[in-house]
Design a protein around this ligand. Structure first.
Ligand code: G6P
Ligand code: MG
Length: 228
């Protein structure tokens, strides 16, 4: 294992909750039902696609012009940015600071594969920008999660092969992306939504270098036995 690739929202910090609250506000304005279970399907999905999914759910897919949709996305982002205004180093999810320093001690490379255009600003506010050797710019990625592209780009930026990577996600689309990139997938969340992951933890405080490394190694050994 030469690299660990992180998702941001819901893995490094609890901004997944703020995306939920901001989209909920937009959906309510449009009188479209919005709940946590529907929100699960939006996790890891880019801004434009998220809005399209919400509008489709409300039977309003073709009600808005491109300019109106742009305005809705801008408004959602304003709500979201207001919610993350006071984000600070203390908002790292439990165990993430410790995991980052363990990875540094073990000379494991670290990258970010988030679909959020707010990601660089969030890393800065959390005080961890310097820990990342690569941060993928989601605007350069043609196909978002569940396509593997963002994770493959992260590996390419680090100069490692997908098989040498473990990646951590809290979204179903994210786990699908990691698996189709051929990487070891670590899911944070409940067994039901993370069932496709190679390793599941219910909370970030359970993550450690040792847990990732032993899981990654077991998975690679199993694949080698299957191949021979
Ligand atoms: C991440 C989050 C999504 C969010 C997307 C785009 O994937 O999980 O909930 O919609 O990023 O974020 P942005 O900050 O660019 O609107
Ligand atoms: Mg996430």
């Amino acid at each position: 294992m030469k690299a660990v690739i992180f998702d941001l929202d819901g893995v490094i910090t609890d901004t997944a909750e703020y995306h939920f609250l901001a989209w909920k506000r937009i959906a309510e304005q449009l009188h479209i039902p919005f709940d946590r279970s529907f929100n699960e399907s939006l996790k890891g999905i880019g801004r434009q696609q998220s809005l399209d999914n919400i509008l489709t759910r409300g039977g309003a897919a073709s009600t808005f012009t491109t300019a109106e949709k742009q305005a809705l996305m801008r408004q959602k982002n304003q709500y979201y940015q207001k919610l993350i205004e006071n984000l600070a180093p203390g908002d790292l999810l439990p165990g993430i600071g410790k995991l980052l320093s363990e990875l540094k001690d073990e000379h494991i490379q670290i990258a970010l594969a988030s679909s959020s255009r707010n990601a660089p600003a969030i890393l800065k506010r959390l005080g961890i920008s310097g820990d990342f050797q690569a941060v993928v710019d989601p605007e350069t990625i043609e196909k978002g999660k569940p396509a593997p592209d963002i994770f493959l780009t992260a590996a390419a930026l680090l100069g490692v092969s997908p098989a040498e990577c473990a990646a951590i996600e809290d979204a179903e689309a994210g786990i699908a992306a990691i698996k189709s990139a051929g990487m070891f997938a670590v899911g944070v969340g409940d067994e039901r939504s993370m069932h496709a992951a190679d390793l599941i933890v219910s909370r970030t405080s359970q993550l450690s270098f040792h847990l990732l490394y032993s899981g990654w190694k077991r998975c690679r050994e199993r694949q080698q036995t299957e191949r021979s």
